[in-house]
Write a protein that binds this ligand. Structure first.
Ligand SMILES: [Zn+2]
Length: 336
């Protein structure tokens, strides 16, 4: 059922069952988020995009203003993707009776059942999403700490170079008059935000689920019609017994590498995926140098094999349905 490359070569980095106490088995998904359309990254209710002034590089302390994508803006869309998949494959409704997980009509007939699970009010507290990504206090269930960590990610290029103000003249159809002109700051297509999602103490199947959510999710940013298309490119997977580095450090290390490369012009030409791929291994290697712990970085053929196996599983309904069901049975049978 699980992925063969992970199973054969990297199984010791996962827990066999959901643990009650931490064992610090970290598996980090090191990726680039690339806008493939105009996008708006704002906090709820805000009109301005979120920006922050940070030191430009690790070796270059001069301040630079960067676009930021907050943690919630990254993880919430991925949770929604995963949960829609669970619903599509009949995980909901379910019930737990004497340690057994019951699905469908049979579950509905029972007094205590879970009809659905949704952010943020209706979390069921027993599905894979709840057990992996955690939840704040739910009545009668307490809170659960996430086993997936990430933080705010930052653009590599300065904000001035990656934003564009677009004005709209809103035409009133009824009155045939041109109404208010509204202006929004957009992030342009082709903007890269390096990011790491660190999972801790996941089973191999839970990790496969998380990786699938990252590969499946394509809409991020301001909710509603202004979400932009974002492509996630996985650069590496790393197994360790400590956390690796902050997203800001990852961005700053790329900034330094690009400034030192005479073939790259971040101001005039901008950046391409090739530029990141050219420097990714060295950047990760440099950052790895500061880590006080065991780290194993998986890139190249092995990483490609893992990603392909996740894609294949997600394409194959015959395998995906039992995979998700089994994943859910393991989550729902986990009783604290
Ligand atoms: Zn849930």
């Amino acid at each position: 059922m699980t992925l063969s490359t992970l199973q054969e070569k990297y199984s010791e980095n996962f827990v066999p069952t959901i643990p009650r106490t931490p064992t610090n088995r970290y598996a980090s998904i090191i990726l680039l988020r690339e806008t493939k359309s105009y996008a708006i990254f704002t906090t709820e209710g805000g009109e301005q995009q979120d920006v922050e002034q940070t030191p430009a590089g690790l070796k270059r302390p001069e301040p630079t203003t960067r676009l930021v994508m907050f943690k919630r803006k990254q993880v919430a869309p991925e949770r929604r993707t995963g949960k829609a998949l669970l619903r599509q494959y009949g995980i909901f409704p379910y019930a737990i009776q004497k340690g057994q997980v019951i699905f469908g009509e049979e579950a509905l007939a029972l007094k205590e059942h879970y009809e659905d699970c949704y952010l943020t009010e209706g979390l069921c507290t027993h599905c894979p999403d709840c057990l992996i990504y955690g939840y704040a206090a739910v009545e009668g269930e307490g809170a659960r700490k996430a086993r997936l960590m990430t933080d705010t990610c930052f653009s590599v290029r300065p904000y001035e170079l990656i934003q564009k103000q677009v004005k709209f003249n809103v035409i009133d159809e009824a009155k045939h008059t041109s109404g208010t002109i509204t202006a929004y700051d957009y992030t342009t297509p082709g903007v890269f935000l390096p990011a790491v999602e660190t999972t801790v103490d996941l089973t191999m199947d839970e990790f496969t689920y998380v990786l699938g959510n990252i590969l499946r999710t394509t809409r991020y940013g301001k909710e509603g019609t202004r979400q932009g298309f974002v492509r996630n490119h996985v650069l590496a997977i790393a197994f360790s017994d400590v956390e690796l580095f902050a997203n800001l450090e990852f961005t700053q290390a790329f900034y330094d590498a690009f400034m030192d490369d005479s073939e790259i012009d971040m101001v005039e030409r901008g950046l391409s995926l090739d530029d990141f791929q050219k420097h990714a291994n060295q950047v990760i290697e440099t950052l790895k140098g500061n880590v006080a712990g065991r780290v194993q970085v998986v890139t190249g053929e092995d990483m490609k094999a893992i990603l392909n196996e996740v894609r294949e599983l997600n394409r194959d309904v015959e395998r995906l349905a039992p995979f998700l069901k089994e994943l859910h049975v393991h989550s729902a049978s986990f009783i604290v």
